[in-house]
Ligand binder design. Sequence first.
Ligand code: PLP
Length: 395
Amino acid sequence: MSYTVDTQGYYGPFGGAYIPEMLYHNIETLRRNYLDIMQEPAFQEQFRSLLKDYVGRPSPLYLAERLSAAYGCQIYLKREDLNHTGAHKINNTVGQILLAQRLGKTRIIAETGAGQHGVATATVCALMGIQCIVYMGEVDIKRQAPNVARMKMLGAEVRPATSGSKTLKDATNEAIRDWINNPEDTHYIIGSVVGPHPYPDMVARFQSVISEEVQWQLKEKTGRDHPDIIMACVGGGSNAAGIYYQYLDRPEVRLVAVEAAGLGIHSGESAATSVLGSAGIIHGSKTLLMQTEDGQIIEPYSISAGLDYPGIGPMHAHLIKSGRAEAISITDEEALKAAYHLTRIEGIIPALESAHAFAALDQLAYREGDVIVINLSGRGDKDLETYIKHLPDHE
Ligand SMILES: *Cc1c(COP(=O)(O)O)cnc(C)c1O
């Protein structure tokens, strides 16, 4: 079975491009050009050079000795938290801004929920001197003031989405409307492995640098290029896609996808899409999503803004449904506990999203001595307020 995209833009039964007629031109231009552009030697050279000197790659692969001792296995952390802007999202926005330039685009739009993807996009637009407009729900603008300030300081215009629930999905609708009206000069930077083909494949390829590095880093450290288990949190699924990528066709490597269970899978306040979801169409692709019987999207919930999404990327829907990846769901409380534990045992404050992946160690079946790589997708600075609020009493 193949786990990468097929020529029609599908991963098994999931994926495709379910878009309004008026977006066809934009998507088709991207689809026809993205692979050729990404394979140009000059593109690769500029992309690699920026990843090295601007983002700070390669990110270290760190053997967490005390954490390993606590679990009786060898746990390596892929330190995406040390990237410029504090997470893996910058790998993708650097790639897409270079692609947009080669397509002759002079204007960038993006949508953002918590503001992390908006900041990563505004950052590369400042780097290249390109106009940047970020759509954000009015409610999210109020909730995420520091990221709004960052985007503005970086020169981006933050446009409020005032319809519906005034959150991510409404911001996405506004961005799509903008793109339809500005097909010639504008590129839409999507922040995860979601959306119509070719976005999931394009974003996965930009993020695949993560597993490319893991291969040689692990070889250097352990003498073999693969771990027994790879764990990553899944919101849309881009950090997971990046760290799985080189291992998709290596069945000896177990892939573990960690989702947010919020207050509990069946509490009504959850984002555990692989358990609660069914096939449907969201943001232009066929995938698993949380929906009512008549197809209305159910509002997701997680303490971590980056996992608070009602779907998952089509690649992950296929990986999970085909049995190639195992899914584990982690509640808010479990994630918080894991974050405090990692901080105290390794001196690393993880992003709340990444903390979910660490909490899954408690639910995972593994053998003593297994080599486990966990994607530490981001740093926890942005979550400090939440961490302080929930700090255990005895601290
Ligand atoms: C956005 C974000 C995520 C979730 O996005 P994916 O596309 O699933 O990777 C996870 N971790 C961090 C730190 C994030 O900022």
